[in-house]
Design a protein around this ligand. Structure first.
Ligand SMILES: O=C(O)[C@H](O)[C@@H](O)[C@H](O)[C@H](O)COP(=O)(O)O
Length: 225
């Protein structure tokens, strides 16, 4: 497994540089495909990347944006990743992008999953994925010890799976490992010494112990203190 590790002088420079890289990759993808998909994480780290990316000069009307994973909570919740996207990414020029939801208020995740996945299928493979990582080595909602982790790591996994895990405050829904790993361009965004050590500690571990390893091959990891 090989990935590139890029270290930045500070978080602001990382956010601007990474946003520009993603914008360039979307432009390149749009030069040969009419519609391209960009998957991004929620959580606390990506907000500043979204703040720059949303202003990028590209044909956003050809881009479908989706989350790598979502907490199964309505958009009114502070915990909703969709809410973060609506506030910080799907604004400015990026307002013209399409949005493919990972949440529905029509019932529990298990009941809504097939419909949500069918809307995502036509946009695969993802042109670009941005991922976060937790200090427990989870990425998206692929948590160590999660109830359906084995299924989500399988090469034949469906597009989406619900996930419950000791490390997750609420039920989740997540793109599975083959969908994330199958993206044409992969970026992982991590801040701070603890996550850097976690990434180093993941070396040699199985994806079951360190789910980040399921998506790292050919990825670029972006790090700042
Ligand atoms: O919904 C989520 O929580 C995520 O998509 C998750 O995988 C996140 O990227 C990591 O937990 C890192 O989160 P932070 O950026 O908040 O540390």
């Amino acid at each position: 497994m090989t990935f590139e590790f890029r270290e930045y002088p500070d978080r602001e420079m990382l956010a601007m540089d990474l946003a520009n890289q993603i914008a360039g990759e979307l432009r390149a993808a749009l030069s040969h495909d009419k519609r391209v998909a960009l998957a991004v994480p929620g959580g606390t780290s990506p907000g500043p990347v979204f703040d720059t990316l949303c202003a990028a000069d590209l044909n956003w009307s050809g881009v479908d944006v989706l989350l790598t994973d979502e907490r199964w909570v309505p958009e009114t919740s502070e915990r909703s990743n969709t809410r973060l996207l609506r506030d910080r990414l799907l604004v400015n020029r990026a307002r013209a992008a399409g949005y493919l939801p990972l949440y529905s208020d029509a019932g529990p995740a298990e009941a809504c999953l097939d419909n949500l996945a069918e809307a995502i299928r036509p946009v695969l493979p993802l042109a670009v994925v941005l991922l976060g990582m937790g200090a427990d080595k989870h990425t998206a909602s692929l948590f160590p010890g999660a109830d359906r982790l084995d299924e989500a790591l399988d090469d034949d996994a469906p597009i989406l799976l619900p996930m419950r895990a000791p490390g997750a405050a609420e039920p989740r829904i997540t793109l599975t490992a083959p969908v994330l790993a199958g993206a044409m361009r992969k970026h992982v965004l991590i801040f701070g010494a603890e996550k850097r050590a976690a990434l180093e500690g993941a070396r040699g571990m199985s994806p079951k112990e360190a789910p980040i390893n399921a998506v790292l091959d050919d990825a670029v990891v972006h790090w700042a203190e």
